[in-house]
Design a protein around this ligand. Sequence first.
Ligand code: NAD
Ligand code: DAU
Length: 347
Amino acid sequence: MKNLMVTGGCGFIGSNFIRYIFEETNFDGRIINIDKLTYAGNLSNLKDIAQKFPERYVFQQVDICDEQNLEHVFNVFKVDAICHFAAESHVDRSIVHPNDFIQTNIIGTFNLLQIAKKNIAGFNLFHHVSTDEVYGSLGETGFFTETTPYKPNSPYSASKASSDHLVRAYSETYKLPATISNCSNNYGPYHFPEKLIPLIILNALEEKPLPVYGDGTNIRDWLFVKDHAKAIWKIMKNGKHGETYNVGGNNEMKNIDVVTIICEILDEIQPTKQSRKNLITFVKDRPGHDKRYAIDFSKIKNELGWMPDESFEKGIRKTVLWYLQNKEWVNQIKSGEYLSWIKKQYN
Ligand code: NAD
Ligand code: DAU
């Protein structure tokens, strides 16, 4: 891989991935970050990387639904591998406005696959970043494995499931070198504050209500974002073409417990008159809310030697501190579309 196209590199996981590749791996090629810069994409996530690696980091504002522009950039930069993050990623938005999810997540992925297929001779790898939500919801026991049947429940997860199937089909039918990862909930720096963890941190800091859907007993398996970046890189380097790898944190938690821990950390670092736990507000549940996700990641562990490095206890503390120490980023994000979305949701 010499010219790696990363799609959606200005988002939460994509920007953490690019940072990890430049700062902690021996990759010596060029990264071409293409991103539409939707409300979730932020150039400042990689400001320092762009300054430190001007020869090896390129940004191009491209919509993956714009086939012509995509192909132009692919050819100009002689792309020989793709790591595909770009997506509409928020479940709540997909319930209200599914259109962009269908366009970007399905048609956008299709466009990328078509271009890679057209240039298959010099093409090394298409890595598709996907989600555990394609498997649907678990009961009280059991884990998602790579052979769990797909049963997506939201427009978001259905669109991701569709894109997974397209990648798999191109791998089988056209022998496009491709790998897929299905990962659980990430958290960490640069997480957009419409998602549970950053939303709770920022609301708690401003002493605003902390919205918990339903009774707060839904369970997610949380993974520190850098561990996800490491898993993706392992798959890209050593994964078997045509294979899917599940990635998880071995860290199942009820939403209410996550929110409570964030309150406790903030109460300790920046005490207020009353505990922030008093701000917890149970609100109307998300329609079709998946009850529980849990990942069996023994395949990537046994075959590629990947394990999560960060414990939730340390990772969540690092994350809270990051939001406290990056007020400029927070203020910039909060001056954008996020504010109007949040206002519509909760006021
Ligand atoms: P995000 O919403 O933070 O970032 C998405 C990025 O894609 C943004 O920079 C946005 O501008 C860009 N984008 C959106 N539409 C685009 C388009 N049409 N053309 C080009 N760029 C476009 O998302 P994230 O949380 O970083 O998720 C990244 C990927 O990882 C997604 O594919 C998501 O499904 C997957 N994933 C996320 C999680 C998680 O917990 N966040 C877990 C598993 C998998
Ligand atoms: O599992 C992987 C998925 O994790 C990714 O594919 C998605 O892109 C990512 O957004 C995330 O989806 P979730 O729906 O699990 O994440 P979210 O942060 O939106 O919600 C986490 C849990 O918290 C979920 O059970 C809903 C609940 N929740 C969420 C919000 C925003 C609340 O209780 N209150 C809230 O205000």
